[in-house]
Design a protein around this ligand. Structure first.
Ligand code: NAD
Ligand code: GLY
Length: 365
């Protein structure tokens, strides 16, 4: 097991990465203020891993309650969130009763938000079960639910007490979900680490074959980058915005098509290529770098073309982006592989990219 620390001005917490961690209840028990916790999972993950986690915690003397939510991005909403509050109140949970998220990013984001709100804040722990959640959503304290008009619009910054990333849990992940997680992995290389991007080009086949060492290396690398960025800018006043590479376009795809039609990682992949296209149109990233980006995302099994939402709808959806300032959308764009910046882009250029007037990206050149 490898452990990283995410250090913030008023708290710090461990991110444990390895194999066989689900059965090590002590990793969670040691950060709980009370020998009682509520595990939140969903109807897909619970049959696979809930009883093992309960047993591991029982061995440490921790009593667990459970709430099992319906599965899917379209359930990341108020009604489903309320089921967590109902369960907490029904069981008489107190301010020291921790929540434990056992699932992917949807369960993690909702559990974190519930923890931020219940009795004005209770402790919580992340046990991410998808690659996407292990490399991104479980770390850094962004919690939220969706609104029909926009992705992750209602939420809070609220940090977990620990993150437990067990590579063995990825064995049961469907291939499409593994690829979705790889989109966020590629994101880290693109936004800030050209050498890691090169490592991904060399090792994508191993990752898709679920080689545990390759996966653990990638998860650790991404978590290290994320911990460093969040440590500098917890509330996204500056550098943390770079972690949204591909998300301005990607969130519009998710909301525009209806939540759950495209997976988050798929939308981010297509969104990163639109960001690369926009950057190239501005004369920044080179054509070669765009080709490498598209080639790597295709090798990860990800879509490389965005759906046609229509320029007006794109712009309307993107106007809700959380990086917007004074009504103007700001994008994460690329100077080169490993070097991203937050910038405005002329609407006519973005419109042209979205309308396909510029060739969308380079394999088609
Ligand atoms: P998800 O939570 O929907 O999980 C994907 C699917 O895999 C679900 O059907 C789930 O039930 C299933 N699953 C999970 N673990 C499994 C396992 N081990 N074996 C078999 N099936 C398993 O999706 P996701 O990709 O994990 O997360 C996407 C969500 O994360 C989005 O809502 C996105 O907005 C959010 N997100 C948040 C942050 C953040 O910083 N908070 C960052 C990135 C993404
Ligand atoms: N996933 C983007 C962030 O955590 O800031």
């Amino acid at each position: 097991m490898r452990t990283l620390d995410l250090v913030l001005p008023d708290t710090r917490y461990p991110i444990h990465i390895g194999q066989g961690l689900l059965d090590q209840g002590g990793l969670i028990a040691r950060v709980l203020p009370q020998q009682k916790a509520m595990i939140v999972s969903n109807e897909t993950v619970a049959p696979l891993y809930l009883e093992r986690l309960r047993a591991a915690l029982a061995r440490e003397g921790v009593e667990t309650l459970t709430v099992v939510l319906p599965d899917g991005e379209d359930y990341k909403d108020w009604a489903t969130l309320n089921r967590i509050f109902d369960a907490l109140l029904k069981a008489g949970c107190e301010r020291k009763t921790a929540l434990i998220a056992l699932g992917g990013g949807v369960v993690g984001d909702m559990t974190g938000f519930a923890a931020a709100c219940y009795q004005r804040g209770v402790p919580f722990v992340q046990v991410p079960t998808t690659l996407l959640a292990q490399v991104d959503s479980s770390v850094g304290g962004k919690t939220a639910i969706n609104h029909p008009q926009g992705k992750n619009m209602i939420g809070a910054f609220y940090q977990p007490r620990a993150v437990i990333a067990d590579m063995d849990l990825l064995d049961t992940l469907p291939d499409r979900e593994l690829s979705a997680g790889l989109a966020e992995v590629v994101k880290y290389g693109l936004l800030g680490d050209a050498a890691f991007f090169g490592w991904l080009e060399d090792n994508m086949a191993l990752l898709r074959a679920r080689d545990k060492q390759a996966l653990a290396y990638a998860v650790e690398h991404c978590c290290r980058m994320k911990a460093d960025i969040v440590g500098q800018d917890e509330k996204e006043q500056g550098v943390r915005a770079l972690l949204n590479l591909g998300h301005t376009f990607g969130h519009a795809i998710e909301a525009g098509l209806g939540f759950g039609v495209w997976l988050h990682g798929e939308a981010v992949a297509a969104g990163m290529l639109l960001a690369a296209d926009t950057s190239r149109a501005l004369g920044w990233i080179s054509n070669d770098d765009v080709v490498r980006t598209e080639t790597l995302l295709a090798a990860a099994g990800l879509p490389t073309r965005a759906p046609d939402l229509g320029a007006e709808r794109w712009m309307s959806l993107m106007s809700h982006d959380k990086k917007a300032e004074n009504g103007s959308v700001r994008y994460v764009l690329l100077k080169e592989i490993g070097y991203a910046v937050v910038a405005n882009a002329p609407t006519d250029i973005v419109n042209s990219i979205l309308c396909g007037k510029f060739i969308q990206h380079s394999l088609k050149v």
